[in-house]
Design a protein around this ligand. Structure first.
Ligand code: MG
Length: 385
């Protein structure tokens, strides 16, 4: 029986993790979980999952819930997330938080001797160097939940990492993949939120539409698999059936295929190196699908993908600046305060305006994050004047 602490239980990855746990009551139990503001979904989860300790965003929610569920301990806020991560009574932290808020709980869990199944890619985009250092120091492991990285992880099984020539990350191209740049000027939030293949949370769906998400995934792959950016490529693949590939020294390419369903990579992260049955509505049927397409990415059409390579290669504080500016701009677009193309503009200018510095401490990271957020907020304020 594996005891899980699940952060971000009410989000898209979180609820699918709960699905998997409920399908395998003999394999997993969730001993602790966090939910942000979505108390309704939290209550639904608590009806099935007898967690001992629960973290919510707001103190007022924690107090109200404490009265309703006297048998559960409630904590709140960012500190509450770290309290959960630092407990000793679990085996694997599943981090399904969205954004920079996921960084510190990941670091704390590693420092307390835990392995982490990571869906929160922002942790590595911002502070990959600090996480990498902690993993080595405490001898812990990260298990990727992101579908592309799960695919690469699967393609690496039974092979030698020194013989890898390159990683090939597939990209669907998101909601606007068939539009030209000039056609992006007036796109709406609703159009951006309609992803052709994957059902995901709002933030990542917008990140997919401008391919910031794919840029983040390049950085994520760099840290997860310890390979230089020169050995990480992106290829467009609109069907989202090949989830990613690894090319070896002999030019043999190994790919992982499957239905675009996040429960598969989530389950593999929880059960590695074993595989278990999963009740899937529509398993992949290649004969019915018939054709798969691939093409090279257009870095001028998707400048945030190019920016992520640039920021990743330069390193230091730039990943955290890029992420912070993007979190603010992405949210601001969803609030209908700025047009879609302004997300790119703000994130690119933030990275190019930031003063480079090395990332040695958590405080360095917080400083970079704060700077990136303030830069983006200032741009949005002057735009709306
Ligand atoms: Mg992905």
């Amino acid at each position: 029986m594996k005891r899980l602490t699940l952060l971000g239980a009410t989000g898209s990855i979180g609820t699918q993790t709960v699905d998997i746990v409920l399908q395998h009551p003999d394999l997993f139990e969730i001993t602790a979980l966090s939910a942000g503001h979505n108390i309704k979904t939290l209550k639904k989860i608590l009806a099935d999952i007898p967690a001992g300790i629960v973290c919510v965003s707001e103190e007022s929610d924690a107090l109200a819930l404490q009265k309703e569920y006297p048998g559960i301990e409630f904590v709140y806020g960012d500190e509450g997330l770290c309290t959960l991560a630092m407990r000793s009574d679990y085996d694997l932290l599943v981090n399904a938080l969205v954004g920079f808020v996921g960084f510190l709980p990941t670091l704390k869990a590693i420092e307390c001797g835990h392995d982490v199944a990571l869906a929160n890619k922002e942790t590595l985009v911002c502070g990959g160097a600090l996480i990498d250092r902690a993993l080595k120091q405490y001898g812990r492991k990260l298990y990727p939940i992101d579908s592309e990285h799960s695919a690469i992880f699967q393609c690496l099984q039974g092979n030698k990492k020194e013989q890898v020539k390159r990683l090939i990350i597939t990209a669907s191209g998101g909601s606007f993949r068939n539009l030209k740049r000039e056609e992006l000027r007036d796109v709406t939030v609703e159009q951006a939120l309609a992803h052709p293949n994957w059902s995901m949370g709002a933030k990542i769906t917008i990140d997919s539409a401008d391919m910031m998400n794919k840029g983040f995934e390049v950085t994520e792959a760099h840290w997860l698999f310890d390979l230089p950016y020169e050995q990480i490529d992106v290829i467009m693949h609109p069907e989202s059936v090949v989830h990613s590939m690894v090319e070896y020294a002999d030019h043999s390419i190994i790919a992982q295929l499957g239905a675009p369903d996040m429960r598969l990579p989530i389950q593999y992260a929880l059960t590695w190196p074993e595989r278990y049955d999963y009740q899937l509505d529509e398993p992949l049927d290649l004969a019915r699908l018939g054709t798969l397409h691939f093409s090279a990415p257009d870095y001028e059409r998707f400048p945030l993908l190019a920016l992520a390579y640039e920021a990743g290669k330069k390193g230091g504080n730039l990943g955290a600046v890029m992420n912070a500016a993007n979190e603010v701009a992405n949210q601001s677009f969803r609030n209908r305060e700025i047009p879609f193309l302004m997300i790119e503009e703000i994130v690119i200018d933030a990275v190019h305006s930031a003063r480079f510095s090395e990332l040695n401490t958590v405080q360095d990271l917080i400083d970079a994050d704060t700077w990136g957020r303030e830069y983006a907020l200032e741009r949005i304020r002057s735009f709306n004047k």
